[in-house]
Write a protein that binds this ligand. Structure first.
Ligand code: NDP
Length: 334
């Protein structure tokens, strides 16, 4: 069994030395458990947080543990009547070729309903994140302007397309001309490159009526450009701050917190962070039904960035954090 372990806590961008790749015995399932062979491994920005021991919403991965991650896997041995050999399931197997899990902690997938890898992206955690954050916190109304960055990724692309479905004006921000062209194809009303020297001016021109909902995925210079354009009563679901995950120190310059608080006060802004699973019990089922319908109708499209081979996961992970992925990052393991 090939496993990728966390060897050291990275400082800044993770390096090859922060991981070890080992070969171990394939594990044996106990009563009520299944042995799973990983087919696809999901790579997600939150994993950078797990590699750090800074306080967060979830406990860090311990040094020497298998790197965590959602997987789509095939049951190769079952010690539970609810799962049969050959079943394809959603699991949390981590960065390894085989894993053992309690059958109850796996969710069966129907390979005829959708490509199985979509359970890690548009029909999985990132898609649900977009749906829950946008509808529950963003609360967009028809005709309002919704802005999202990392807009070709699985969260951002879903946010923009659901905003369109709900009758909003959707403005997408992404890195580079190829991604911007893709946003046009997805039906965003405006698409901007945050690396353009005049990005701030472009954003201002793209939102003539201001911004009602800013779905925050990135932070950094995108947030700086968005803040002055937020309308009175704008909503900001704070979903992620990927521009900062490899930061090693606070930014230089004056403390900008008082100016931010003043903006929140004088424009009655709602800025609310969330972790998607807070909404799962109430909204997951509805999401799955609606998203499957939107995909079938061609209203919700998705793109995947597939890398072959588990051993390439560390490099693919860094490419994603740098913005060199194009779509949902998955590793095809077997
Ligand atoms: P993506 O596949 O979109 O990958 C991250 C993207 O971030 C990159 O492709 C890049 O896109 C963009 N990016 C990186 N650095 C910068 C920067 N300095 N400035 C602007 N953009 C940058 O990831 P996901 O769709 O999986 O996740 C999007 C966000 O949602 C992340 O912040 C993630 O942590 C968060 N998230 C939060 C959840 C929650 O429950 N709160 C759950 C799931 C995800 P580009 O090249 O276009 O700039």
């Amino acid at each position: 069994n090939t496993q990728i372990l966390l060897r050291a806590r990275p400082v800044g961008e993770p390096t090859a030395d922060d991981y070890s790749i080992v070969t171990t015995e394939v594990p044996t399932p106990g009563d009520g458990e299944v042995l799973l062979r990983t087919r696809y491994l999901s790579l997600d920005p939150y994993m950078r947080g797990r590699m750090s021991d800074a306080k967060s919403y979830a406990a860090p991965t311990e040094i020497g543990d298998v790197m965590p991650g959602a997987t789509v896997a095939e049951v190769v041995e079952s010690r539970d009547p609810s799962r049969a050999v050959g079943d394809v399931v959603l699991a949390y197997g981590g960065w390894q070729g085989y894993s053992v899990a309690p059958a109850k902690q796996t969710r069966p997938l129907d390979p005829d309903a959708a490509p199985i890898s979509t359970a890690l992206g548009v029909l999985g955690m990132p898609g649900f994140t977009a749906y829950a954050g946008l509808t529950q916190i963003g609360q967009p109304k028809p005709g309002e302007t919704v802005v999202v960055a990392a807009a070709t990724g699985p969260v951002g692309a879903t946010v923009g397309q659901i905003a369109k479905i709900l009758g909003c004006r959707a403005v997408g921000i992404a890195g580079g001309p190829e991604k911007v062209a893709h946003l046009d194809e997805l039906g965003f009303d405006a698409a901007l490159d945050h690396r353009a020297p005049d990005f701030k001016e472009q954003l201002k021109a793209a939102v003539p009526d201001g911004i009602d909902v800013y779905f925050e995925n990135v932070g950094g210079h995108v947030w700086d450009a968005v803040l002055p354009l937020l309308n009175k009563f704008a909503r900001v679901p704070v979903c992620g701050l990927v521009a900062h995950y490899n930061d090693t120190s606070a930014p230089e310059g004056p403390n900008r917190a008082p100016a931010l608080m003043s903006n929140i006060l004088t424009r009655s802004l709602l800025i609310r962070g969330f972790i998607q699973d807070e909404f799962a019990a109430d909204h997951q089922r509805n999401f799955l039904t609606q998203a499957a319908g939107w995909i079938a109708d061609g209203k919700l499209r998705y793109r995947e960035d597939v890398t072959e081979g588990l051993e390439n996961a560390p490099e693919a992970f860094n490419r994603m954090l740098r913005g060199q992925n194009f779509g949902k990052t998955v590793i095809k393991v077997s």
